[in-house]
Design a binder for this molecule. Structure first.
Ligand SMILES: Cc1ncc(COP(=O)(O)O)c(C=O)c1O
Length: 405
């Protein structure tokens, strides 16, 4: 029967592949060849990385950019530029990729986990106040999936704010592009990201002295007259050249994701037991939609989230459950074995953070959170509409799924 659930032998609603990622053509090939043929493969002698730094900073409406090999290093150098020292505390959300928190550990500093807001899945400013101590030196705000964190309230604490904008290329918060609203902004250009060159990252800032400090950290003290040791975290020219052509495509792709995300919001709003995250109320004017997140209410559906996701995948809709385990429950955090970064272990153990408990995060990771990756939003709107149709179909047949339990 055509209206049977695909999971139970019916016909999938979306049997075709979604747009593949990355997207490239002869322009990207020519750019990489241009860098290759120039013989200048490193930033110190070639023009590509410097040009990309300027172009991306301009795109994000920020003054300075320092390109680095990945988003993890971007976060680490942002922390070093702020002179974060061993034992300093840095407030972080637990609902993020491990790199956000790992960068803090790698500075021998102490991550302090603060719960996320149930509407945004980003750091909840109302919980930040109670986590601030005399040792708190910075806040890392992750714009999860591209939805901006509440930067107005987070910046009002008067502490340096690092924006982890790894998911948020082009996102606009209250009329301003993210990345330059906090003290420093960090982006990843890893293969899955909305702007990518395989692996890469950048630190943005409007503060000239901080930009100089990041540059020095990224290139063995470059420009610091021997005051900063640093290391070699320079991007290569081949990556810089590729990022420039990829960046030229980003505005159009970003507009398409944003418009398809709005379409999905409008279609999902009326469905039972499904709630999109309320972007307008959160001050989000442009959503990068690295992830299209929505909330699944398993009590309304009478089905565990895993069964709903299996049914959606069988229909050809690529739904994921998101980050499954709070980072503070990972064995490496409960055992506090940070290998070469054991300098932070003492602070971590004594700060009680290993006993962090973030009820919103736990509900989202265990029952509620669902997301669809960015490339699906590059499909034509008629296909994107099938996501809502598949949810409706699954809702209509949920009794058949319940019988499987
Ligand atoms: C939220 C977040 N922060 C940081 C990173 C680290 O970026 P990279 O993989 O480029 O080191 C990622 C990458 O997946 C991420 O998703």
């Amino acid at each position: 029967m055509t209206d049977d659930l695909a999971l139970l032998g019916g016909v999938p609603l979306h049997p075709h592949p979604w747009p593949s990622w990355p997207i490239w053509d002869h322009r990207d090939e020519e750019a990489v060849l241009r860098a290759l043929r120039s013989g200048h493969w490193g930033r110190l002698t070639g023009p590509e990385v410097s040009a990309f730094e300027e172009e991306f900073a301009l795109f994000q409406e920020c003054r300075f950019g320092v390109a680095v090999p990945c988003g993890t290093v971007a976060l680490k150098l942002a922390l070093l530029a702020l002179d974060i020292q061993a034992g300093d505390e840095v407030i972080v959300p637990p609902y993020t990729f491990v790199a956000t928190v790992g960068a803090v550990i790698q500075c021998n500093a102490v991550p302090v986990f603060v719960d996320i807001h149930p509407d945004s899945y980003c750091l909840d400013p109302s919980r930040v106040a109670e986590a601030i101590t005399p040792r708190t030196r910075a806040i890392i705000a992750v714009h999860l999936g591209g939805l901006p964190a509440d930067l107005e309230k987070l910046c009002a604490f008067g502490l340096p704010v690092i924006e982890d904008a790894s998911h948020a290329h082009g996102s606009i918060y209250k009329g301003r592009k993210v990345g330059g609203i906090g003290t420093l902004g960090c982006f990843s250009f890893q293969a899955s990201k909305n702007l990518n060159c395989g692996e890469g990252g950048i630190v943005l800032t409007n503060d000239e002295a901080l930009a100089a400090a990041v540059r020095a950290q990224s290139s063995w003290g470059e420009g610091s007259s021997g005051q900063i040791l640093g290391s070699n975290f320079r991007m290569t020219e081949l990556q810089g050249a590729l990022l420039r052509t990829q960046l030229a495509r980003l505005p159009e792709q970003a507009a398409q994701r944003d418009s398809n995300g709005r379409l999905l919001d409008s279609l999902l709003k009326g469905l039972p037991g499904i709630r999109p995250l309320p972007r307008e109320a959160l001050g989000c004017d442009r959503h990068a939609y690295h992830l299209y997140s929505f909330r699944y209410d398993q009590d309304v559906w009478g089905l565990p989230r895993g069964v709903f996701i299996d049914a959606m995948r069988a229909e050809g809709i690529p739904v994921d459950p998101g980050y499954a385990t709070p980072l503070y429950e990972w064995p490496v955090f409960t055992n506090r074995r940070f290998g070469p970064w054991n300098g932070s272990m003492e602070g971590y153990a004594s700060s009680e953070n290993h006993r962090a408990h973030c009820p919103v995060m736990e509900r989202v990771s265990q029952k509620e959170g669902c997301w669809i990756k960015q490339s699906a939003l590059l499909a034509p709107p008629e296909e994107v509409q099938l996501i809502a149709k598949a949810i409706e179909k699954t809702w209509g047949k949920r009794a058949d799924l319940a019988r499987l339990l």
